[in-house]
Design a protein around this ligand. Sequence first.
Ligand SMILES: [Zn+2]
Length: 68
Amino acid sequence: MSKVRTVKCPQCGASVQWLPENRFRPFCSERCKQIDLGAWASENYRVPAPSGGEVGDPEHPGDSSTQD
Ligand SMILES: [Zn+2]
């Protein structure tokens, strides 16, 4: 009598039996796993632009048009 733990597939929400032979856990299938990995990868590649540059200099707020 072994109680099989059941989890929900993070991708589609289907019940997945947490078994050693289930290579795709916590996903229900390879497809769901691939979808999630793809989403994670694209998320990871979206790196924020590095700050630094002349965007919004607080010491000189638009001084090019104020001095006349
Ligand atoms: Zn799934």
